[in-house]
Structure formats: C-alpha cells, structure tokens
Design a protein around this ligand. Structure first.
Ligand code: ZN
Length: 111
C-alpha cells in the first residue's frame, strides 16, 4: 500500500500486522500518524494489542504493563520516523544551500 494517509477502515485492517511487526515502514508510519490523531483507532489498537499480548503471556504481566509497553513501542516507532524525516529535511536543506552556493559562484564569475 502506497497511500500516505489512511482512513479508519484501512487502519483497522493494518492493526494485526502492526502488532505482529509485519508492516512495511511506510505502512507503520502511516498507521502511527493516524493513531496519534484518532482516539478511536488508538483504542482499537490498544484493545487488539491487549488481546494479542495477553494471549501470549497471560500470567507474566497485567493490563497496565501491556499498555505501557504498547505506548513505548508506538513512541519508539514514531521517534524513528521523526528522525528519518529530520535527516531528510537536513539533506534537502544542504542540497538547497549547495545549489545557492553554485549559483552564487556562477553569478560572481559572470560579473
Ligand atoms: Zn481512525
């Protein structure tokens, strides 16, 4: 899926794959961006995560720990994409700067 923005229905379908870490970076990014701004999908993700993780380790942890873990994971993924975005912006800025410099040099040479 190459869409940048997802609607709630699409997010709902992606949630199981997100929990199982099967989503592509692109889909993960889109899902997190949606969930950060959509309380009902965040709730859906939380419920599915609790069910999934709860089945995995019923006795090990309580709900509270699971929610903390989910939030930690969401934050971790979100930070990762923000860092990628920051680097891309820096790269573009450097490119523009380099271009300005070249244009400046050309202008000076022509005068
Ligand atoms: Zn939604």
């Amino acid at each position: 899926m190459n869409q940048f923005k997802l609607n709630c229905k699409q997010v709902e379908r992606l949630i199981p794959d997100y929990i199982n870490s099967k989503l592509s970076d692109e889909d993960t990014k889109a899902l997190i961006e949606h969930v950060e701004n959509c309380p009902s999908c965040k709730e859906e993700l939380t419920i599915q995560y609790l069910v999934f993780e709860g089945l995995n380790d019923v006795e090990e942890t309580g709900d509270f720990n699971l929610i903390t873990r989910l939030n930690a994971r969401l934050k971790q993924d979100s930070d990762r994409f923000k860092e990628m975005h920051r680097r891309r912006l820096m790269f573009i800025s450097l490119g523009i700067l380099a271009l300005c410099f070249v244009m400046f040099v050309v202008a000076v040479l022509l005068i």
